[in-house]
Design a protein around this ligand. Structure first.
Ligand code: ZN
Length: 178
């Protein structure tokens, strides 16, 4: 049976809390949480999700870049569960690009993010993983990591004029591809 949870919406307190570090990675509770996160993400067109978005304040995210109507140019990757993730930028280079969020429907905005980062996390086998991420996947990671800190992407927008209704964002994208 799939376990699709309701997605916490902007204004919910859980989205503004620092999430708790996960211990006992393979406990039944944690595995159930991971299933719920996976099933909930799969039911959307999102490319990532963080546990606070299903109202569970724990440090776990899934990064799952895939092309979709929401993100037509996203690279395809296996959905990756990351427990207690952290990162550091490899260079100071940042880039602005469009983001949206399942917790803030109908809005897109330009957000600066590091383009090149080194990440560490615990995987489902309790192994410590280190990896380098670039571009769009690095962006997804930083967006989901922010959710664990109680930060949403709108907090990082530098210019309010770069906040768009999704309908206007799609018009802009369509005008660029013609
Ligand atoms: Zn989000």
């Amino acid at each position: 049976m799939t376990d699709i949870r309701e997605i916490a919406q902007l204004g919910a307190e859980v989205l503004r809390q620092q999430a708790d570090t996960m211990c006992h990675t393979n406990s039944a509770d944690n595995l159930a949480l991971i299933t719920a996160l996976r099933d909930t993400l799969a039911s959307t067109q999102g490319v990532g999700i963080a546990a606070p978005q299903i109202s569970i304040s724990k440090r776990i995210i899934i990064v799952a870049s895939r092309p979709s109507a929401r993100y037509p140019h996203a690279p395809l990757m296996e959905p990756t569960v990351m427990i207690n993730p952290s990162f550091s930028p490899i260079s100071d280079d940042t880039e602005k690009d469009w983001e949206g969020c399942l917790s803030i429907p109908g809005i897109r905005a330009l957000v600066p993010r590091y383009t090149d980062i080194e990440i560490t996390y615990t995987d489902l086998n309790d192994q410590q993983i280190t990896a380098r991420l670039t571009g769009f996947v690095a962006r997804i990671f930083q967006h989901e990591f922010d959710h664990l800190q109680g930060i949403v992407y709108l907090d990082r927008v530098e210019d309010k004029l770069e906040i768009f209704a999704e309908s206007e964002y799609f018009k802009l994208m369509n005008s660029r591809t013609q």
